[in-house]
Design a protein around this ligand. Sequence first.
Ligand code: NAD
Length: 433
Amino acid sequence: MKLAVIGTGYVGLVSGVCFAELGNDVICVDKLEDKIAKLQAGEVPIYEPGLKELIASNAAAGRLRFTTDLPSAVRAADIVILAVGTPSLPSGEANLSFIKQAAKEIGESLDGYKIIVTKSTVPVGTNEKVGAIVSEHTIHSFDIASVPEFLREGSAIADTLNPDRIVIGTDSGIARERLSALHRPLTDNILLTDIRSAEMIKYASNAFLATKISFINEIANICEKVGADVTRVAEGMGHDRRIGSSFLKAGIGYGGSCFPKDTEALIQIAGHVDYEFKLLKSVVEVNRDQRFGVIRKLEATLGELAGKTVAVWGLAFKPETDDVRDAPAFEIIQTLVDSGVRVRAYDPVAQDNFSRQLDHPRVDYCASAEEAAAGADALCLLTEWKEFREFPLARLETLLRRPVLIDGRNQFTEEELAGTSFVYYSVGRPNLS
Ligand code: NAD
């Protein structure tokens, strides 16, 4: 099939590449000339394992092209996929300006029947708005469909090529048939539904996962007070198939480009129909507080923080990505520097993106994990990169001025710490000192 993907970000690029890998003819479009020029030159603008190789092989096979020319990409396609961003407005609502602008441009470019698919996460009713905008700008016929995206950054290619399910929301028989054919090589588990339910499935899924995270974080906070170990508790819960073991890892809370904005957006969606989503509001509040546990633990060991030096390992919101949108590290580091702390930060991949957004005279970005730790009064581990997990603790002990380790991701075990002099705080597990 011939596809145009509008918006070549984490979702558009990965989806476009994976559809090309399946043998489709794909043109990825973006407004950003720099990004498209890089992609045309074989460079990859984001860090995502395996992506570079797949771009290279599919571009070489002539199945994958990149352009800033939206009209010609739309005209060459049978199916147009919208994958532009839907960031939060200050109110928490989804900003639909990129979607609306792209819909207008698609409408102006149509030269015959197309299927217009929205992959971006959009509030209920948005696909209908897309349809209305396209109609205003064309005389040609088209169908619309909501096919929400569920990939996770860091494992985006594997998730796209082996999805748990594909959701296709449309009221058009032709769209249902062609989109099922497009996705069938990926999975037989295709859920056909109406547009509004498809839009809601995406928000409900992310809200539920965020709820699991805030739930286990609250259990962890109670574990700390009653002397239980949340990793054992989560393991015991996870063996129950009704609960499942995923998303039960206690830590510093969720971040990233999806959960924070999608939970806020769903609260707003509910509010617009006079429904107060009390549970989800609490999930968001718990998540906001959770990151400050790191600060409280630092204060518990170091006392007054002003004048201290703290090393931070990990800036991305999770490992295997350079995405720092809504990463908890921002608020943690900002709070530290506001308290008069000098921060020595390091992330193997996300450092450039992070330092562009947080430039402060008391934050030094270091060239290695070792350099960040050297001479610090304490180390906070905020992202569970393998590199940190594998760092020899005996070496770390000698690098730090004081062997204080605040493990925000529960990376180390009591056995590994036995025989060391670390003062060790994790999340929801007994402290060691
Ligand atoms: P992104 O910000 O990485 O990429 C969006 C791209 O769209 C940008 O490169 C931007 O320049 C481009 N763009 C905006 N308007 C355009 C236009 N009119 N024409 C051409 N290009 C245009 O965003 P993302 O992370 O890929 O997310 C896209 C959507 O997918 C969002 O709605 C998001 O919620 C959803 N989503 C994201 C993920 C994820 O893990 N990132 C997962 C599932 C769903």
